[in-house]
Design a protein around this ligand. Structure first.
Ligand SMILES: Cc1cc2nc3c(=O)[nH]c(=O)nc-3n(C[C@H](O)[C@H](O)[C@H](O)COP(=O)(O)O)c2cc1C
Length: 326
């Protein structure tokens, strides 16, 4: 029988299915439930820089609205889910489960992270995920300066702790490969592609903004698949696919393009965490049916290092597709 064992950020996971940072991973009960359901690892809900700011009496920042989890914060959860509570959650989750617990912080600046990252490490986190993302506004900041801020944050955190650090990014960059290269140079031990940021919609009766769809659809996977296929042959650190993984076949596609693991939130909200067990069983059955002994045997088979894949991956216009010829 095939094995699902996977190494990610130097951690040995029993399978590549990670419960992504979200409301389900923000409490000890939620984390324990993910572990019981068979998750390979759990990424805790992010602690927000604003929460640390708030504890220090500073004013909340408009950047908060970029993330879906801003909802939780605004509804009050953030107030009880502050830095001290977060350290306790890490320690308790680590003691009560037998899977790696990955902490997550949302970074806007690099001002707190050196010190707080050390406390996260001491609390027992197996790794740290930096959830980085802001929306530039007018007057327009220089894109290189914004990217440099991300790189500085990674450098600052890495200089303080020994546990692995993964960087979770959104997909909106002019040259993602250049950004990734600099983040890896700065010491990032892994990449999570991509975060799915908070979405806005408009109520046309009340003429107000409302929350858009909080959860992803399976078809949203395509963006991560393309980018992981393009990047994985050139990046020395493991990549985790996030956004749009809803079925075992989605995870298999992610591994085929070179991902090490997959992270899921939406499908766990929809089908409950016990679905993690089904995902593992179905992936094992697929490997057995195709005669593969492990995920390593298929990893990267459809990545950009494969010349047949290269042409497809570089295509973003529907030139021939419109005439019926692919
Ligand atoms: C309700 C909710 C809360 C989330 N909170 C966080 C968070 O605190 N930190 C983070 O990095 N991502 C957060 N996310 C994003 C998810 O971790 C994940 O990247 C995104 O939902 C895409 O994956 P999916 O298609 O499996 O849902 C949240 C998502 C949802 C739906």
């Amino acid at each position: 029988m095939a094995t699902l064992q996977t190494e990610y950020l130097g951690l040995q996971l029993k399978n590549p299915f990670i419960a992504s940072s979200c409301g389900l991973t923000g409490t000890l009960a939620g984390v324990a439930e993910c572990a019981r359901s068979g998750a390979g690892a759990v990424v805790l809900k992010s602690l927000f820089e604003e929460q640390i700011d708030a504890e220090l009496g500073a004013v909340m920042d408009a950047n908060l609205a970029v993330h879906p989890e801003a909802q939780d914060y605004l509804s009050g959860l953030g107030k009880v889910h502050g830095p001290d509570t977060y350290l306790k959650l890490i320690a308790d989750a680590q003691t009560e489960t037998d899977i790696p617990i990955i902490a997550s912080v949302n970074c806007i600046s690099n001002k707190w992270w050196g010190d707080y990252a050390r406390q996260i490490e001491q609390a027992g986190a197996a790794a740290l995920e930096l959830n980085i993302g802001t929306i530039p506004s007018m007057p327009a900041p220089d894109s290189h300066a914004l990217e440099e801020q991300m790189v500085d944050t990674v450098r600052a955190v890495k200089s303080q702790i020994k546990i692995p650090v993964a960087v979770k990014l959104g997909p909106y960059f002019t040259s993602l490969p250049a950004v990734v290269e600099r983040l890896v140079e700065a010491g990032a031990d892994g990449l999570v592609l991509f975060n799915r940021f908070y979405r806005l919609d408009i109520d046309t009766e009340k003429l107000t903004f409302i929350t858009g769809k909080m959860t992803s659809q399976p078809e949203e996977l395509h963006l991560s698949l393309r980018w992981v296929a393009l990047l994985s042959p050139h990046v020395s650190v493991p990549i985790s696919v996030s956004t749009g993984v809803h079925e075992a076949t989605d995870a298999i596609k992610a591994i085929l393009v070179g991902a090490r693991v997959v992270q899921m939130a939406s499908v766990l909200y929809r089908k409950k965490t016990k679905y993690l067990q089904t995902l593992a069983e179905e992936t094992l059955a697929w490997l057995d049916r195709h005669g593969f002994a492990s995920l390593d045997a298929i990893r990267g088979q459809l990545s950009g290092s494969n010349s047949a894949a290269q042409e497809v991956l570089g295509r973003i216009q529907y030139i021939k597709a419109l005439t019926g010829v692919s």
